[in-house]
Design a protein around this ligand. Sequence first.
Ligand SMILES: O=P(O)(O)OC[C@H]1O[C@H](OP(=O)(O)OP(=O)(O)O)[C@H](O)[C@@H]1O
Ligand code: HPA
Ligand SMILES: [Mg+2]
Length: 183
Amino acid sequence: MDAEHVGDDIVEILFTEEQIQARIAEMAAQIEADYEGKDLLIVGVLRGAIMVIADLARSLGRHVEIDWMAVSSYGSGTKSSGVVRILKDLDTDIAGRHVLIVDEIIDTGLTLSWLLANLTSRGPASVEIATLLRKPEAVQMPIDVKYVGWDIPNEFVVGYGLDYRERYRNLRDIGTLAPHVYS
Ligand SMILES: O=P(O)(O)OC[C@H]1O[C@H](OP(=O)(O)OP(=O)(O)O)[C@H](O)[C@@H]1O
Ligand code: HPA
Ligand SMILES: [Mg+2]
């Protein structure tokens, strides 16, 4: 039977709402310092990054433009398919712009290494990556990531934008899903 409450299938909370907000504020301070005097375009990776972008952008006390790309490599499962598809491209011409790609998780690295190459080919002044979470043990495609919230173990996590079959994105905390949900 379906769980009634969004938190019902969470076995362990890894990061609470408060911890997430505090870490994002620290990342925002670092980004502000690094981009002082430069224009900044944040590229959010739909759909998982919606919460990070909403909170990171509001933690920045400076002007910032936000655009979105939708790519998908996971479909409905817990394993990357390795094939990245553009579902929605940027509306902005990024040539000559300082671009910061923001996502909520780097797992195998396939999505962001592909996106980094794709955006780099458009001639931006700079491209960097910020991610709230990274799984060092899962990486198949090493990438330079300038801003990382936390490195986490190789477990499937949900909440704060992260989904399993489109559910749990609206959980305020980040946690691990009970294996019975997907096994
Ligand atoms: O490092 P990787 O193994 O490539 O995994 C990371 C990517 O996978 C998830 O997106 P997903 O394709 O599930 O789309 P979603 O954001 O709509 O959930 C997540 O939001 C990252 O963008
Ligand atoms: O651990 C994860 N949880 C949810 N979505 C994901 N996409 C890549 N890794 C994950
Ligand atoms: Mg997903």
